[in-house]
Design a binder for this molecule. Structure first.
Ligand code: KIV
Ligand code: ZN
Length: 515
């Protein structure tokens, strides 16, 4: 065992990541991501905010009951009912953590909480003590610490550690901090709080100014030993610090970050793709580490340099983060047991024989059209389908499109709605537009299409196209995903997936809303 300092990687994709508009996930989707995070050896997985809704409670519980090699955490406000609910959801965990928080900035205490600072300290202490009755691993966060007064932070943190908090988290909730300043805050806290050595200091940075990773790393250089982050930097508003960037910065600049980081980095790209497929948030091509261009060298000078000596232009190797890891996995002649083994390998467990039969049938259909099936194809096969328990109020029966130069495209769509087939025709500026008009003339949902994007899942013209749509109705935003070798069909599936999601659970409490 190394005696180097450990840097704890705390992933909050399933909690803060899910707070991105439209990124809500089902229980099964969350479990798939949790399994992928466990495989990556993430130290702590924040599985959700148990009191937010029945769905959130069940997600945290299922993850706590299943995952054995990462610590499972639930968020809770500094309220008895939140803490009790978190503890109940975490009961089956091998290792659990309750994460309780209260706002500490003058602006939040005065306007949001409408509480005096002394009462905030009292409530924090009470919450930590209550959480300690359930687990000896309790994290306390000072919400909006980035805009809190240092003297007050010292006072409340000292009291929280005395009450039993084992991790103290300093969130830059609104992404306001600047690296040098944020690093100094951590150093000051560690230097001034008398019992600081009794807890691990953590940071949780938001990316409103594009500084979440830089702020987190500055904090680490000044003594923080836990970083809260998300896959692909998903999260509220502009997102959180991205896990892959934090981990690879620490690995690549080991001269500056001489820590034990437990992560198996080869799982980064597969996990990034899984999160993107499930949430419908595409990864921009130039995104560090996980973007399609992150390791692509276009210019002749760079290519020449790399061929002569790789390190001239490359500071990391693509395969170290899991690029090119995917090999041909299945084909047209693969049988059910090979199919089942492979999907289990990528974290999908089908509970019933019926679900397996349905999925295997869909796989065979795909393999007939596309002979080489990769992991990404398998992931896409399950996104937006009812096989994994998704709601399927509307489903596509058939679709035919007529698209010809100089002629207005027309699409004819048949949907199954509550056991009844309905057909309609639409015309539009292109085949996708015509298809969406046809669907709308059947369902009349009145939604606004906020985003439409299409990506090739693998390479080659026989690749499946994966379509992401974002729909809005009365302020509620949902994402939909659809994949098919025919992009018009993929577009129809994505639209229906989003419409189905609109039918699902809506009332969920936001952790940082009113208490
Ligand atoms: O950004 C934030 O302050 C949070 C806390 C609840 C940790 O997400
Ligand atoms: Zn946050």
């Amino acid at each position: 065992m190394s005696n180097k300092n450990k840097l704890v990687i705390f992933d909050t994709t399933l909690r803060d990541g899910e707070q991105s508009p439209g990124a809500s996930m089902t229980k099964d989707e969350k479990l798939r991501i949790a399994k992928s995070l466990e495989k990556m050896k993430v130290d702590v997985i924040e599985a959700g905010f148990a009191i937010a809704s029945q769905g959130d409670f069940e997600s945290v519980k299922t993850i706590a009951d299943t995952i054995r090699n990462s610590r499972i955490c639930s968020l809770s406000r500094a309220l008895d009912k939140d803490i009790d609910r978190a503890a109940e959801a975490l009961r089956g965990a091998e290792a659990s953590r309750i994460h309780t928080f209260i706002a500490t900035s003058p602006i939040h205490m005065q306007y949001k909480l409408q509480m005096e600072p002394a009462a905030v300290v009292e409530q924090a202490v009470h919450a930590v003590k209550r959480a300690r009755n359930y687990t000896d691993d309790v994290e306390f966060s000072c919400e909006d610490a980035g805009r809190s007064e240092i003297d007050f932070l010292c006072r409340i943190i000292e009291a929280a550690i005395d009450a039993g908090a084992t991790t103290i988290n300093i969130p830059d909730t609104v992404g306001y901090a600047i690296p040098d300043e944020f690093g100094r805050t951590i150093k000051t806290l560690l230097g001034r709080i008398p019992n600081a050595d009794k807890a691990i200091f953590s940071v949780h940075c938001h990316n409103d100014l594009g500084l979440a990773v830089a702020n987190s790393l500055s904090a680490v250089q000044n003594g923080a030993r836990q970083v809260e982050c998300t896959i692909n930097g998903l999260g509220e508003r502009a997102g959180n610090a991205s896990l892959e960037e934090i981990v690879m910065a620490a690995r690549t600049r080991v001269d500056l970050f001489d820590f034990d980081v437990n992560i198996d980095a080869t799982q980064i790209v597969p996990c990034s793709r899984l999160v993107s497929t499930i949430t419908g948030f595409p990864v921009q091509p130039n995104k560090a580490i996980v973007g399609a261009n992150a390791f692509a060298h276009e210019s002749g000078i760079h290519q020449d340099g790399i061929l002569k000596h790789r390190e001239t232009y490359e500071i990391m190797q693509a395969q170290d983060v899991g690029w090119h890891a995917n090999s041909l996995v299945l084909g047209k002649h693969s049988g059910r047991s090979a199919f089942r083994a492979r999907i289990e390998e990528i974290g999908i467990t089908l509970e019933s024989e019926t679900a397996l039969n349905e999925a295997f049938f869909a796989f065979k259909e795909l393999a007939d059209k596309k002979h080489e099936i990769f992991d990404e194809d398998l992931q896409a096969l399950f996104s937006g389908t009812k096989v994994l328990g998704g709601n399927e109020h509307y489903s596509l029966v058939c679709l035919s499109v007529c698209s010809e130069t100089g002629v207005i495209p027309v699409s004819k769509v048949t949907l199954l709605i509550d056991g009844e087939e309905r057909t309609a025709q639409g015309s539009g500026s292109g085949p996708v537009d015509a298809t969406y008009k046809a669907i709308e003339s059947i369902v009349g949902s009145g939604v606004n299409l906020q985003l439409y994007s299409v990506n090739a899942i693998t390479s080659g013209t026989d690749s499946q196209g994966e379509v992401t749509v974002r729909l809005e109705l009365n302020g509620r935003i949902v994402n939909g995903l659809g994949a098919d070798t025919d992009i018009v069909i993929a577009s129809a599936k994505a639209y229906l997936h989003a419409l189905n999601a609109m039918q699902g659970e809506d009332s969920k409490q936001h952790p940082q809303g009113d208490v």
